[in-house]
Design a protein around this ligand. Structure first.
Ligand SMILES: Nc1ncnc2c1ncn2[C@@H]1O[C@H](COP(=O)(O)OP(=O)(O)OP(=O)(O)O)[C@@H](O)[C@H]1O
Ligand SMILES: [Mg+2]
Length: 237
């Protein structure tokens, strides 16, 4: 038995002949908040999709979720084990209303401690007031909130969040930050992909840096925050 909730070992991922992820190994402990940082096109989203078996990606290596190797499982089997995904670009459905997005995703927790659609609407009145409209008619920030709400009501043990800050205001960003911290108290582990260094460092306790499909650096958020040289070398900041 390992201590990790998610342990990726020597993952290689390919789109056809294009070898994108190379020997990626990552460990995430229960209730940890971990971020992947990297510039555009480095393979961050490919990593999230590889965990879930999405996007026609061929993979080899091992991905353990709660000590079970899931690399050969189908996407729905992986999701059912308790991994939810907030995809880059939100991927909402124009034919579903705001409340239908949550209703379809909702998985109640026995004992009643989990997230419900009502809790999402109470915390985010801006989408609570617009339950009947199409999910894609919301503003960018509201769509991001809905995409996060859709992951929360699945009551997962791990959330994969891909670039939640993309295209949203500072105000929405701060509330997303609040949610990320709240997840830990609710027993949810967070694996975040983020280009916004400030957000990543205020959410995550540990960061990995991806350059051209390889993990080139691992540090605590505190260490990386102080390490201007690595920020410059790996992220061009
Ligand atoms: N469906 C696909 N088919 C072929 N190549 C792809 C596909 N999706 C991504 N790639 C390539 O894989 C590499 C990694 O892409 P990926 O989307 O994982 O990067 P990223 O780090 O998430 O970038 P961004 O910050 O722009 O979201 C890039 O070279 C990209 O062009
Ligand atoms: Mg991406």
């Amino acid at each position: 038995m390992s201590e990790s909730i998610l342990s990726i070992k020597d993952l290689n991922s390919y789109y056809g002949k294009s070898h994108v992820l190379q020997d990626v190994s990552i460990n995430i402990n229960p209730l940890e908040r971990v971020a992947i940082l990297g510039r555009n096109g480095m393979g961050k989203s490919t990593l999230m999709k590889s965990i879930l078996g999405l996007g026609g990606i061929r993979r080899d290596g091992n991905i353990y979720f709660n000590d079970e190797n899931i690399i050969k499982k189908k996407t729905y089997e992986i999701a059912r084990r308790g991994i939810a995904y907030v995809p880059q670009g939100r991927q909402l459905f124009s034919l579903l209303s705001v409340e239908e997005h949550l209703a379809i995703a909702y998985k109640p927790v026995k004992g009643g401690n989990g997230w419900t659609p009502k809790m999402v609407f109470d915390i985010f009145p801006e989408i609570g007031e617009r339950k009947k409209i199409s999910g894609t008619k919301l503003s960018g920030g509201e769509q991001q909130i809905l995409a996060i709400g859709r992951a929360l009501v699945k009551n997962p043990s791990l959330i994969l969040m891909d670039e939640p800050s993309e295209g949203i205001s500072t105000l929405v960003l701060e509330r997303i930050l609040g949610i990320c911290h709240r997840l830990t108290k609710q027993g949810i582990t967070l694996f975040l992909v983020e280009q916004n260094l400030g957000l990543a460092l205020s959410v995550a306790q540990k960061v990995y840096i991806l350059v051209n499909g390889r993990i080139v650096h691992e540090a605590s958020a505190e260490e990386f925050n102080a390490d201007k040289e690595s920020q410059h070398n790996f992220l061009g900041i």
